[in-house]
Design a protein around this ligand. Structure first.
Ligand SMILES: C[S@@+](CC[C@H](N)C(=O)[O-])C[C@H]1O[C@@H](n2cnc3c(N)ncnc32)[C@H](O)[C@@H]1O
Length: 539
């Protein structure tokens, strides 16, 4: 292989992966950009009208520079490439590979980009930053102070490192310069992404978000969905275009389209930058919502009210198992049956048998309801709480008396707050109270809406699919629903269900319930229920 062939092939990355333990690469965030993705991003950056200095702040083995050398061999020497990487091993390899090739002008530095040369400016910045949890980074406190000072805003410690690479790059690009980043798309739809979305919006530089929803993963071994963010520090600062990409061929198709920027007919969904709302999940700008496929949808709040479960402020103190109850001699008159953890309700039905099983297993299933201070043992337990400072905790200190409970009667249906595989509802047949790992669902049961009909809908896949439009996303596929996410979510319009269909649904629901309680396979009945509701959606 000639020197040139060597740099344009990705054999060096393959070799590096083979030689370097996975754990080390993970710790350093060393997941390499596939060459076709680098080939897509690099033309954006070199097409800047500012000049020829191109920075890769997390250079690795320099795939982006190699992509430029490949596509522009004749004028590659006219660029000034600057690469930075905190890993000395990889920077040495990159030097061996790139320095002296084709007389290119290149500088490779073994530095931590986040803290080095903030004052330098570049014409183009191109980067696949390391995806590392902030708490895995060394000097977190100092780093946050540095960024807060430079960005003129307070940044949270939950930030992933890649967002900091992006913020710094946006500060370091020259007027008429360009920036291209590939990052996980998670921040677009999660709480922790709000701040970064606001700062991106305020920069006025965002031009394209290309959401890559490949079925195959973009990066070797890294389970993450990615997006390519393209920025330009030019005057076309009023619109941003969201483009969804499903496979690699589609990326090739939009390649020339991107090069015609800014004179182009729009392909994706165009949103005015000033209309971007950082508090929203940006999914609304680029994804067709599941619910948009169906007719006859109304807000869940038309049929039910969802509120959060009881927050005690000190679960360990307020919850009792059977043995703890005996130890303190607390009468059952002062204890309420209560579901405290999602794992205690694993099915769609929670009955008295399930409660009894938890009680026998000595799980914390009673909630203290201290309503009679004449009772000696109860009084002692309250005094013990005061000695332990339970009365001075945040929530308890805001209540009078501090041990009083929030008024949340048992809800007939519960919704599990966090989940990984779709929202699950539980029919609370045991009529127990619940803490905050469940939301309370109080149906507005009326002549036309039976509780069983509502529950029959809530267990279907189509209900979960439509509720999914309202989810909040956290790392590792963890999803959360706040009460208002559910109140505002769309559900089938129960008023559109004919009496015959209702009879069919209720019969199926009965079968589903008895099969599930016997621990038998429910999939066929669940599919049949799903089909019943699909009929209403398609009417
Ligand atoms: C996702 S890899 C990208 C490598 C290469 N640019 C590519 O796209 O294939 C991120 C690189 O950033 C480096 N890195 C991690 N933390 C860094 C830091 N604080 N400053 C500079 N580089 C860092 C890692 O060693 C790794 O090589």
């Amino acid at each position: 292989m000639t020197e040139y062939e060597q740099i344009v092939s990705t054999e060096c990355e393959d070799k590096y992966i083979r030689r370097t333990p996975y754990e080390y690469r993970k710790k350093m965030g060393q997941f390499f950009t596939p060459i076709h993705v680098a080939d897509f991003m690099s033309p954006w950056v070199i097409n800047n009208k500012s000049g020829k200095t191109i920075l890769d702040p997390a250079v690795g083995l320099g795939i982006f520079f190699r992509s430029i050398l490949k596509s522009h061999p004749e004028d590659a020497h006219s660029y000034k490439f600057i690469g930075c990487d905190v890993c000395d091993k990889i920077i040495e390899e990159a030097k061996k590979l790139l320095i002296g090739v084709n007389e290119i002008n290149i500088q490779l530095m073994n530095e931590d980009y986040l803290i080095s040369d903030w004052d330098k400016q570049y014409d183009g910045i191109i980067c696949n930053p390391p995806y590392l949890k902030f708490h895995n980074y060394g000097n977190q406190k100092e780093l946050l102070e540095l960024f807060s000072e430079k960005m003129n805003t307070k940044l949270s410690g939950f930030t992933n490192i890649y967002t900091l690479f992006l913020l710094k790059a946006l500060k370091q690009v020259k007027t008429h310069g360009r920036v291209a980043f590939i990052v996980p798309s998670e921040f677009l739809n999660s709480n922790y992404g709000k701040k970064i979305k606001r700062l991106i919006k305020e920069s006025g530089m965002l031009r394209f978000i290309i959401i890559i929803d490949f079925n195959s993963m973009v990066f070797d071994n890294a389970t993450t969905t990615s997006c390519i963010l393209l920025f330009a520090k030019d005057d076309y600062n009023h619109e941003v275009e969201f483009i969804n990409i499903k496979d690699i061929d589609e990326l090739n198709l939009i390649h020339s389209y991107m090069l015609s920027y800014p004179l182009m007919r729009k392909k994706g969904k165009v949103i005015k930058i000033r209309e971007l709302d950082e508090a929203q999940k940006w999914r609304v700008y680029y994804q067709e919502l599941n619910g948009s496929k169906y007719k006859n949808l109304v807000p869940f709040s038309s049929f039910a009210r969802v509120s959060r479960g009881i927050a005690t402020g000190a679960n360990k103190y307020f919850l009792f198992s059977e043995s703890k109850r005996r130890k303190h001699g607390i009468s059952k008159d002062f204890l309420l049956p209560c579901l405290s953890k999602a794992q205690y309700a694993r099915k769609h039905f929670f009955g008295s048998d399930d409660f009894e099983r938890l009680r026998k297993a000595d799980k914390p299933i009673y909630l203290l309801d201290a309503k009679d201070m004449n009772d000696t043992n109860l009084r002692k337990y309250i005094q013990m709480g005061e000695k332990q400072g339970i009365d001075r905790k945040y929530l308890t200190s805001h209540r009078t008396p501090w041990y009083s409970l929030e008024n949340r009667p048992p809800a007939p249906i519960l919704a599990i707050v966090f989940n990984r595989s779709g929202l699950r509802f539980v029919r609370n047949e045991a009529n127990v109270y619940n803490l905050t790992s469940f939301h309370c669902v109080y149906p507005r049961v009326s002549l036309f809406l039976k509780l069983e009909l509502l529950m029959a809908y809530l267990i279907t896949d189509v209900a979960a699919e439509i509720f999914d439009d309202s989810r909040r996303e956290y790392g590792d596929g963890l999803r959360k629903f706040e009460p208002n996410d559910l109140n505002d979510a769309l559900v089938v319009d129960f008023q559109k269900i004919t009496p015959d269909l209702e009879t069919e649904i209720l019969a199926l629901y009965d079968q589903f319930r008895s099969l599930e309680l016997k621990g038998k396979d429910t999939s066929e009945i669940k599919n049949a229920l799903n089909d019943c509701f699909l009929k209403v959606f398609k009417r």
